[in-house]
Design a protein. Structure first.
Length: 100
């Protein structure tokens, strides 16, 4: 059996826990994103349903779909800003060696 690549056996660095201030800012930013999405979806949903001539279930689903369409991309954008770029982990080093 072949030996594992050295980068596979090295311990991974432990990332420190965020400080209380960073955690508070993240929580407040998440709340702001959700409040904005809920406000816009609630305000524009019924108006868009009326403009599109939707009634019944479709008219009730449209505000929720608007909230989702606004909140998910904003949250993903915030999460991407906090993570390091892809390819900076140990898998990138292992592939760079040419043996893996």
């Amino acid at each position: 059996m072949t030996e594992p690549h050295p980068s596979m056996t090295e311990p991974h660095p432990v990332t420190p826990a965020p400080s209380t201030a960073v955690a508070l800012v993240r929580a407040l930013t998440g709340g702001l994103v959700m409040a904005t999405a809920l406000g816009v979806g609630t305000a524009l949903g019924p108006a868009a349903a009326d403009a599109l001539g939707l009634t019944g279930f479709a008219a009730r689903v449209l505000p929720g779909a608007l909230v989702t369409a606004l909140a998910v991309p904003l949250v993903l954008l915030l999460v991407r800003r906090e993570r390091p770029p892809r390819g900076s982990g140990s898998a990138g080093r292992a592939r760079a060696c040419g043996r893996c």
